[in-house]
Design a protein around this ligand. Sequence first.
Ligand code: EPZ
Length: 428
Amino acid sequence: MEQLVIKGNVRLNGEVSISGAKNAALAILPAAILSNDVCVIENVPCVNDIKILLQSMEQLGVLIQYIDEHKVKIDSRNIHNLKIDYDYIKKIRASYYLLGALLGKYKEAEVALPGGCNIGSRPIDQHIKGFEALGANVDVMHGMIVAKASQLIGTNIFLDVVSVGATINIMLAAVLASGTTTIENAAKEPHIVDVANFLNSMGADIKGAGTDVIKINGVKELHGAEYMIIPDQIEAGTYMVAGAITGGDVTVTNIIPKHMEAISAKLSEMGVVIEEYDEAIRVIANEPLKNIHVKTLPYPGFPTDMQPQMTAILSKTSGTSIMTESIFENRFSYTNELNRMGANIKVEGNTAVIEGVAQLTGAEVSAPDLRAGAGIVLAALAAKGETTITGVEYIDRGYEHLENKLRGIGANVYRVLDKADKSIFKVV
Ligand code: EPZ
């Protein structure tokens, strides 16, 4: 079982380049199958979720060719299967975007119903409501969602909850529908805009992405396109916190600073110096960190995907901080692991009360999910002594070359194959 071993309490210093956005890529790659031609997607992050998604697309008959590590050619001209099995869904929930894309193009799709996951129950009722409003019949049979339509017709859809996944899936299904679809109470995350921009680059007609009303005028067909995915907001935020939690001086490059505003504002409130450049942010932490309160919200609010990383740094301030999670019901399980590292966090319902401590200490801990894993890695970077982290497979789902990037800014981090042999160093 692979583990990360981190010798912490080292001030991080230097530049780290941010990869393409995982959650944008998870939607843009399936969106490419809506075209009747070949698409070339650049800045695709080299993370496990993407590798699994591309394998599931191959199962449909899509030809996938890696031009280089981050550039993928997608040829959807010979799709012969409209069914995605549970094997893929259980590994990555986001293969549900194939439902919207296949339904949009072929008016038919069959995708295994995703279950809950480690951060909560995660229903998809809003996706289904959208497909049905467009005219599809959606049934759940033998664990599969089966969606079929004789035709898809544009309509008004008001989302009962602001959902990133439902907003994207409805855009995918509506782009080739006849007439106009309006999504109200739409999510506004940067990757929603990225997916809309990609679809528009293939000839779609989508307006308003990035606001809470998106209008999709259906078009007859989509052509091939070349497209570059935006940088990963959450990966960037994670490295910003890495600089701040270690009292370091770290510049994240290849980013869109506008996407980072909620995170920059909170770090600034804690006393961290934030310098913004055109495509970079420098984080300098010389002063003791102040306690603050944070609430996760849909974009442009503070992202839930940065909640564990922020909790990790708040555990090192000089006072009491409150973290309120308003998006997912079960996103605090990692706090037990942070407490084993000397943190003092009490969770009640959707709130964590974090009493800052002077020093975290290394321990043997386990990552329960992707972002929780990132939070634990950050705590380990600041902790005195050695931390061994299991559950690395979760972290590999969303962070490209994590240890290489961390080592590039001075961290002492190794991947070992098992606890007994810390000398086996696996370069990824
Ligand atoms: C996306 O998940 C991201 N995943 C998540 O990133 C992220 O945490 C989340 O958005 C919120 O920003 C991808 O983009 C692949 P939602 P998604 O639909 O689309 C409720 C990571 O670590 N809801 O915006 O599944 C839902 O339960 C991950 O990278 C319904 O009730 O999230 C939640 O409370 C994990 N019915 C809220 O809405 C629905 O039909 C927001 O979920 C859909 C959602």
